[in-house]
Design a protein around this ligand. Structure first.
Ligand code: DLL
Length: 437
């Protein structure tokens, strides 16, 4: 099977057959070679042969970050250590290291799908690609480095040089594509500005940005500031680094590489599998990875599977997903203190009831962080009682957050369903501190 070429696999029956074969091979491999998964099957009273269809996958429990931690570092490897060609690790978004191992076949797949990420963004031979990701332990850099080589672009691997050096290299070598995190792209904008180089003089045409959440506002600012088209791509170290899903020129969701992973979206609270069009936590099962297969791995990332064909018309195997808006463990550092969506929810719930609809917007004025909690007030009730509720809320949010953060806190109450126009997506926490107005 060739997993790299975009035209290799058609959607529909052919893809489902390929997924089923990949799933069965993965389950067998995990059951036979990974004691954690062997015990898990035993506990469920199952053997891999009992799972004969794709929907049977739902009969298996989830693998979580906790599982990775408990089996750190090599407990989930399904091949001998001597067969591992590469070890990568990530501090991830939760601060605990996780390890991923790749054998020769995994490296081949990884190379190919990384090339696909570039192809989807319209980057190919003739382009001069400046990779500003560190390409050591971080899978973003390593994967796209291989992918760029696979495609035969002109590659500039830079890794750890300072921003000014990066900017000068882009100018001197005439780089046409930048690969970086969105925050780094914003920092590039400022560096070019400081050097007195305007967007029209910067040779870059495309930016392939990912590795962290970024908003449409940020995309617009980066496109304007660097004079580029910016594309999103998504992945995680445990599964082919930066090459799990990527945007094409339609930029209407990210194509998930379903010849490599089976995606599910679940309700993070109940584990129930949700259909297309419903927002929840992305769960991935690998179907080609041999060294470290992962079954129903909870990514913690919140997204929606998108129904229907993409307007791009490219035969990318699989469905699309919405850009990652937030994480189940949504949290952010403000004034050195980590605040999470859960923390704000715990303050609001006793006052406005279960599952309050709110968003937290963090901005910066001078050196001061401003935290705005935008909250939809529940429907109904006379006006004066709503006013009283508002006052109580303001008091409670301030009292509990100001002591902690010492920053400026504002509570902004919106009418029911009033939030959608205020902030993009349904992200719970939005960080605009590093975005220039
Ligand atoms: O960040 C892999 C990567 C590198 C992807 C470069 C894309 C570009 P980890 O360090 O293991 O791997 O972090 C994975 O980062 O679960 C998401 O929460 C977040 N993430 C990655 N890409 C995106 C994105 C790499 N495009 C975690 N949008 C994931 C939002 C992203 N979040």
């Amino acid at each position: 099977m060739s997993s790299g070429r975009i035209d290799a696999i058609n959607a529909g029956d052919q893809l489902r057959q390929l997924q089923l074969e990949g799933l069965q091979a993965t389950l067998n491999r995990a059951y036979r070679n990974v004691s954690y998964y062997h015990e898990l099957f035993k506990k469920q009273g199952l053997v891999p042969e009992d799972l004969g269809t794709l929907s049977d996958l739902e009969r298996l429990p989830f693998t979580t970050k906790e599982t990775l931690r408990e089996n750190y570092p090599y407990g989930l490897f399904a091949v001998k250590l001597s067969e591992i060609m590469r070890i990568h690790s990530s501090a991830g978004t939760t601060g605990h290291p996780t390890v991923a191992g790749f054998n020769r076949n995994d490296m081949r797949h990884w190379r190919e799908v990384s090339g696909r990420v570039l192809t989807l963004a319209g980057i190919g031979p003739g382009d001069i690609v400046h990779i500003a990701f560190g390409s050591s332990f971080f899978t973003g850099g390593a994967g796209l480095h291989h992918g760029a080589e696979e495609l035969g672009v002109t590659l500039i691997p830079t890794s750890s040089v300072d921003l000014e050096r990066h900017a000068r290299m882009i100018m001197d070598y005439g780089a046409t594509a930048l690969i970086a995190t969105p925050c780094y792209a914003l920092a590039f904008m400022e560096t070019f500005e400081a050097l007195g180089v305007g967007p029209a003089e910067i040779p870059l045409k495309k930016g392939l940005l990912g590795g962290e959440p970024w908003s449409e506002d940020m995309r617009a600012a980066i496109e304007k500031g660097l004079g580029i088209e910016a594309y999103d791509h998504y992945g995680l170290s445990e599964i082919y680094g930066s090459a799990v899903a990527a945007e094409c020129h339609s930029r209407s969701g990210l194509h998930i590489f379903e010849d490599q992973v089976i995606p599910e979206v679940i309700d993070p609270a109940t584990g129930e599998v949700l259909g297309e069009g419903r927002e929840g936590e992305l769960v991935l099962t690998t179907i080609t990875k041999e060294a470290m297969p992962l079954i129903r791995y909870r990514t913690g990332d919140i997204t929606t599977l998108i129904e229907g064909e993409c307007a791009c018309g490219l035969a990318v195997p699989g469905r699309r997903m919405a850009r990652i808006a937030s994480r189940t463990d949504d949290s952010i550092e403000v004034s050195g203190i980590e605040i999470s969506a859960r923390m704000i929810e715990d303050i609001l719930t006793p006052l406005v009831g279960e599952r309050p609809r709110f968003q937290v917007l963090v901005t910066r004025e001078g050196t001061n962080d401003i935290v705005e909690v935008h909250l939809e007030l529940p429907e109904g009730g006379p006006d004066d009682s709503r006013e009283r509720l508002k006052e109580t809320l303001v008091h409670a949010v301030r009292a509990q957050l100001i002591d902690l953060l010492g920053s400026t806190i504002r509570l902004i109450c919106a009418p029911p369903m009033g939030l959608s126009g205020v902030v993009e997506h349904r992200t719970k926490i939005i960080d605009r501190r590093f975005l220039k107005p």
